[in-house]
Design a protein around this ligand. Structure first.
Ligand SMILES: Nc1ncnc2c1ncn2[C@@H]1O[C@H](COP(=O)(O)OP(=O)(O)OP(=O)(O)O)[C@@H](O)[C@H]1O
Ligand SMILES: [Mg+2]
Length: 335
């Protein structure tokens, strides 16, 4: 099998100084060499095929950005083997950068005071993009977004959303085999998020670009990823289809009810009445949500029990959401 990315037991350790307080502390720090080793990435193995969109997930500090930095050649691994497009990224940074694109959510890779079109022209020179391919790409962009609004604006005058859009277009411009997106939708409004997702999806489809996507927004995952990889504390937790994950946690359903009586009172009662059933209860102004593990008790039973003492105006039944599944994994891990 041909993989565009292959990591075998990849680790990254950082040596950090154990800092002491005060000026004397700083002197002692320098002299003592009292270091602590942080295992940011701990023996991770994974492989990715051309054209895949992989959601690379994990709680804050899990090691996602560190892993991406090793895949893009910014950091050298402390151990293990890494191949990106068949090359060792940190040893072949120039060659590697020809075949990858990178977007780091918070900071732009573009020339701050140049209009976007000028940045594109520079990238065209840097990557030696043939005129024909460049024109084709611009045509594709024009069909996907309102590019005229962006092209003549200096990046520093752009809104965060426009800048992110521009960064993504810039990352795909030289038609790389892989694009790494580290939290591309961070800080964006719902409309812009959905625009960005559409764009990524379409570029992946049109160019068969492999996309490695880091995000804390499960909306991104639902919209884009068939496969997810979850890491935590530098270690691999999960690597499989998102569908598989759902069946894995498929026993969980959320029963939503709208009570006829006063919300706050009903909630208090239910907490007590359903206490023995091992369900999780939460609510907003309108709905009470009860997460039920069907392996332990049927949702219908729970509903019966509620209706013995309460009147219900309305009800809904939901399968567990990606958001809830991921939350559970962050909390409990995978068996
Ligand atoms: N240059 C560095 N020096 C020392 N420690 C570092 C360095 N870079 C990262 N770390 C540590 O490595 C661990 C992983 O960090 P990383 O940035 O990869 O996490 P992340 O999964 O991207 O988190 P987030 O979701 O918050 O972006 C953290 O404990 C972090 O403090
Ligand atoms: Mg990060």
């Amino acid at each position: 099998m041909d993989y565009v990315i292959k990591l075998t037991d990849i680790s990254k350790e950082f040596k950090v100084l154990n800092r002491r307080e005060g000026l004397m502390g700083s002197f002692k720090d320098i002299l003592s060499r009292d270091y602590k080793i942080v295992h940011a990435v701990d023996k991770i193995s994974l492989s990715v095929k051309q054209g895949e969109i992989v959601g690379f997930l994990g709680p804050n500090g899990a090691g996602k950005s560190t892993t991406i930095k090793m895949m893009t050649g910014v950091l050298e691994p402390s151990g293990g083997e890494i191949l990106v497009n068949g090359r060792i990224p940190y040893k072949n940074r120039t060659k590697n950068s020809q075949e990858i694109g990178v977007v780091f959510g918070q900071r732009s890779q573009l020339w701050w005071s140049l209009p976007l079109i000028e940045s594109f022209k520079l990238l065209k020179d840097i990557y030696q993009i043939p005129q024909k391919e460049y024109d084709e790409m611009m045509e594709l962009y024009a069909s996907l977004v309102n590019i005229e609004d962006l092209l003549h604006k200096p990046v520093r005058q752009m809104s965060l959303g426009q800048r992110t859009l521009s960064d993504i277009l810039a990352a795909f411009l030289h038609n790389p085999k892989i694009v790494f997106l580290d939290e591309p939708t961070i800080g964006l409004d719902v409309a812009m998020k959905s625009k960005i997702r559409e764009l990524i999806k379409e570029l992946n489809k049109q160019r068969n670009t492999t996309v490695i996507l880091t995000t804390h927004d499960m909306g991104d995952v639902d919209a884009l990823c068939e496969r997810i990889i979850i890491i935590d504390k530098g270690k691999m937790l999960y690597d499989n289809d998102i569908k598989h994950l759902r069946t894995f946690f498929g026993a969980y359903r959320t029963l939503k009810i709208r009570p006829a009586e006063k919300m706050s009172e009903v909630v208090v009662h239910l907490m007590d009445e359903l206490n023995d059933l091992d369900v999780q209860i939460s609510h907003d102004d309108e709905w009470i949500s009860i997460v039920v593990n069907e392996e332990k008790i049927k949702t219908l039973k729970v509903l019966d029990r509620i209706q013995q003492t309460h009147r219900i105006k309305d009800m809904q039944l939901e399968e567990i959401s990606t958001e809830d599944v991921i939350k559970k994994i962050y909390k409990e891990g995978v068996e």
